[in-house]
Design a protein around this ligand. Sequence first.
Ligand SMILES: Nc1ncnc2c1ncn2[C@@H]1O[C@H](COP(=O)(O)OP(=O)(O)OP(=O)(O)O)[C@@H](O)[C@H]1O
Ligand SMILES: [Mg+2]
Length: 332
Amino acid sequence: MPSHSMQTLSPAREPGVLVEVKNLTVGFGRGEFLAVKGIDFKLKAGEVVGLVGESGSGKSLTALSLMGLLPHGARIESGKIFFRGRDLAGLSEKERREMCGHLMGMVFQEPLTALNPVFTIGEQVSEIFRIRRGMRKAQANKAALSLLGQVGLPNPAEAAKSYPHRFSGGMRQRVVIAMALALDPELVIADEPTTALDPTIAAQIVWLLRDMAERRKAGVLFITHNLRILAGLAQRVLVMYAGILVEQTQGDFSDPLHPYTRGLLKALPPNPSEAQTARLTPIPGQPPSPSERFPGCPFEPRCPERMDICRKLLPKSVQVQPGRSVRCHKYE
Ligand SMILES: Nc1ncnc2c1ncn2[C@@H]1O[C@H](COP(=O)(O)OP(=O)(O)OP(=O)(O)O)[C@@H](O)[C@H]1O
Ligand SMILES: [Mg+2]
């Protein structure tokens, strides 16, 4: 483990809190375009937290901020990110890279980009055991085979000898998850890891991540458009809209509070097999563009329950129960 001399303690350091994000704001250019606007959340070890929201709501930029991988032109305008109580901003570039490399793993939507086409699957997983975990070659190969079996590849010995292009999307995603497991990170960020997969494979991938949280006490941040995929997977769900967190739920969402979360739920087909044919009830209208400035709630123009005040003032986040908060004037 690298030493982090420049560490700052989080004001609210709690046992088991892995990540704490405080008032994080991410912008482009000179801050005239804000994609993430003052979000707060915590993630504990062993916990799966879902992050949902429509396209463009700022989910990926939130994840990339945690990893220190913001795209060119984007920067953290304000706020703090603590990892195990250490302020990431207090680390040097080198310390930060080491920490992200050792303690965080990311699973992206398109697994092919994470795999090297010129090495076999076995070589790629085994290399992580050798370089990151200091194993000898034979030991690393054995560990790689065992892991490929654990992520559900039917014939691990055969798979280890194959090159990534021979694999289907679901198989590749399993390999990427095996690589994340080999790192044994404390935090795994999965950004829409199942979007390209069929529902059965997607469900298996979801359970692999859940298992990782349970057995290895890793924290998992699972990003998706689809609330349904989080049912039974996530202990908590963060709902993001136009760069703000509008609701944080505990457990499932049988009783959503924010009109946006209710809209998202209604937009889901009744069951996954009907996804192709069912008539959806999408929320009418479009989210605002990140360059728009307005004093009120960003959901107001689309909100079926809007009131006068909603246009004038951004609601504060109100805690309605421990672990449950909502940002809506109805609850203030
Ligand atoms: N590299 C970039 N340059 C300019 N704008 C960007 C860049 N990356 C993201 N944005 C903008 O920032 C906002 C938030 O983007 P982000 O990728 O975080 O959304 P998202 O919630 O992950 O969406 P999706 O569900 O489509 O992946 C969007 O308006 C997007 O257009
Ligand atoms: Mg995204």
